[in-house]
Design a protein around this ligand. Structure first.
Ligand SMILES: CC(=O)SCCNC(=O)CCNC(=O)[C@H](O)C(C)(C)COP(=O)(O)OP(=O)(O)OC[C@H]1O[C@@H](n2cnc3c(N)ncnc32)[C@H](O)[C@@H]1OP(=O)(O)O
Ligand SMILES: O=C([O-])CC(=O)C(=O)O
Length: 374
């Protein structure tokens, strides 16, 4: 893959540390986790297997994976004090704020007292994040208090079961699994960098993840999947979408779900989730959202050479599975917590506080003026 010319603001192109976890835009399809190509992982792996790979440094064998998934299944229940906090959060709160508060509260209840506890704290977050978001969502929107320690095999299946109150189809569980794999890790993206900066002060794991959740929330990062949904659902036909996009481009508006800080010609996660979105579209008999999305992709490439990033076809895929739009970015959290915490572990192994310098652009000298004279 040709390298994108990187430079300028936003620390673009500057090496800010080392990692053995992930390459972005370098070889193969452009994305690897510990050397494994994302297309192989999405085709053959379970999300829990990928989390194990990121967090423990190698793919698990059958016994290790069984033990790991069994451990995660046992960690799904919410403490009463956390349920009480979630019940206080208003219905109109953004679910990413719920995730942030839920993670922070968990840190109060199950504090990481010593880094030797990090693996257990991480596994707990992986297991309990779907419970946090669905418990709040169902309580706030339906007034029900759900049991969160369900017996679904996978984290993705568990999330769908808690959300919809019934076991998901095999297809939906599979798509969730693929989606969680695609979102798990992405080198020094903004939220992961946040987690590493926090870790570099020797802070606790819940603080690292809480900060990362806040960073992921923005529409230039994880929030783009929700913004992409808001865009595509405005259009009733592909022609309408084309017209709408042309207008937005003329007005120099940002089109969410397109472009990337590192990739130049494509985001390898797009082709994978697009394929699953197409399958789901057939399943639900969609004749609008998927063709509209495809037309958006064509127009953006034709007009601007901008390509869909991981977020764009996630919007239609999640929608076809009956997931409310505002829960799209929390799903990203449920997945990326694996990558964030693998980076925290890596940072802790070879730590120096992250503290860059700035070019000063303020006045050279300011004369002190007493308050009454200002
Ligand atoms: C999982 C993820 O987090 S993936 C990213 C999700 N975010 C989005 O989808 C939001 C929309 N996309 C964007 O805002 C950007 O493409 C980013 C934030 C992802 C990357 O930003 P940058 O690295 O600054 O982008 P890049 O340097 O390639 O931009 C080049 C030009 O294309 C424009 N551009 C980039 N993306 C878009 C877009 N989606 N819509 C319209 N124009 C765009 C930029 O404004 C810039 O134009 P300029 O030179 O006139 O200012
Ligand atoms: O790498 C980035 O800048 C954003 C991204 O795609 C991700 O975090 O998955």
């Amino acid at each position: 893959m040709a390298e994108k010319q990187l430079g300028g603001a936003g620390l673009r192109g500057q090496v800010a540390g080392q990692t053995a976890l992930c390459t972005v835009g370098q070889s193969g399809t452009g994305l690897t986790y510990r050397g494994y190509d994302i297309s192989d992982l999405a085709e053959y792996a379970q999300f829990e297997e990928v989390a194990y790979l990121l967090l423990r440094g190698k793919l698990p064998n059958r016994q290790e994976l069984n033990d790991y998934t069994a451990k995660l299944r046992k960690l799904r229940a919410l403490p009463d004090a956390l349920k009480a906090v979630l019940e206080q959060i208003p219905k109109n709160a953004h679910p990413m704020d719920v995730m942030r508060t839920g993670c922070s509260m968990l840190g109060n209840l199950e504090t990481e007292e010593d880094f030797s506890e990090q693996d257990d704290k991480i596994d707990r977050m992986l297991a309990v994040f779907p419970s946090i978001i669905t418990y709040w969502y169902r309580f706030a929107h339906e007034g029900v208090r759900i049991e969160t320690d369900g017996d679904s095999e996978s984290i993705g299946g568990h999330f769908l079961e808690l959300l919809h109150g019934k076991k998901p189809s095999e297809l939906h569980e599979r798509v969730m699994n693929v989606s969680l794999i695609l979102y798990a890790e992405h080198e020094f993206n903004a939220s992961t960098f946040t987690a590493r900066v926090c870790a570099s002060t020797l802070s606790d794991i819940h603080s690292c993840v809480t900060g990362a959740i806040g960073t992921l929330r923005g529409p230039l990062h994880g929030g783009a999947n929700e913004a992409a949904m808001a865009l595509i659902e405005k259009f009733k036909t592909p022609d309408e979408a084309e017209q709408g996009l042309m207008g937005m481009l003329e007005r120099k508006e940002k089109i969410m779900g397109f472009g990337h800080a590192i990739y130049r010609e494509s985001d390898p996660r797009n082709a994978i989730i697009k394929k699953w979105s197409e399958k789901l579209a057939k399943e639900v008999g969609d004749e609008v959202l998927y063709p509209v999305s495809v037309r958006c992709e064509d127009v953006m490439w034709r007009e601007k050479k901008l390509f869909c990033n991981a977020d764009f076809f996630h919007a239609s895929a999640y929608h076809f599975m009956g997931i409310p739009t505002e829960l799209f970015t929390p799903i990203f959290v449920m997945s990326r917590v694996s990558g964030w915490t693998a980076h925290v572990k890596e940072q802790r192994e070879n730590n120096r506080i992250i503290r860059p310098s700035a070019d000063y652009t303020g006045p050279a000298h300011s004369e002190w003026v007493p308050i009454d004279k200002r």
